[in-house]
Design a binder for this molecule. Sequence first.
Ligand SMILES: Nc1nc2cc(Br)ccc2s1
Length: 243
Amino acid sequence: MRIDVVTIFPAYLDPLREALLGRAVERGLLEIAVHDLRRWTHDVHQAVDDAPYGGGPGMVMRPQVWGEALDEVLPAGPQPARLVVPTPAGRPFTQTTARAWADEQRLVFACGRYEGIDERVLLDARARGIEVDEVSIGDYVLVGGEVAVLVMVEAVARLLPGVLGNPRSAAEDSFSDGLLEGPSYTRPETWRELAVPDVLRGGNHAAIARWRRDRALERTRDRRPDLLDALPPDALDAADRAV
Ligand SMILES: Nc1nc2cc(Br)ccc2s1
């Protein structure tokens, strides 16, 4: 997978060169290119924004600059690329989204600032046959799209083959079965007079699986009842429903 990010703050994306993702790039499991949007300005001030038509607070990012940037980063013609625009007004980004995008050959992220990007940039991209997803990582407003891109790139990249040491981690983490993950424990057996649950220290794998499922159901019911409601009718068996 190749990931391109267009931003006026390239250094915001430096964390993508660190740790697990940095090693995955070094190992050639994915490519990441970060582009400074100001490269496509032509004025001495390198202006990327202007006042909004219709008035109102804040500034809007200029279509000319974004248009030239995306023409270069996402050239016209048939291509398996997806343009992702983080915005508080977007559709929710979820683990389902991350899994779907993990199958893409190319993802291009456009980081908006201010009041956002002129709508015509997205209309033009769609008219050029590019899949455009406007997505939100949560019901809060950031100062720009860069932090949202860090979140989404990590959520997608960890699903790529070879990125995680143990592929089971991605298969069994929260949301993989529609539930939140339950509590985890490691050594020592007792810490500050708090003991690891006995069942986890025994060798009964069926009992351990049952205990973990029960804790996941309890936690999901307590913190995210909406996820339970969204499960398919046959997702919970009689033992699950007894929790
Ligand atoms: N939650 C989010 N807030 C923002 C703000 C801006 Br400005 C751009 C993208 C996003 S995504």
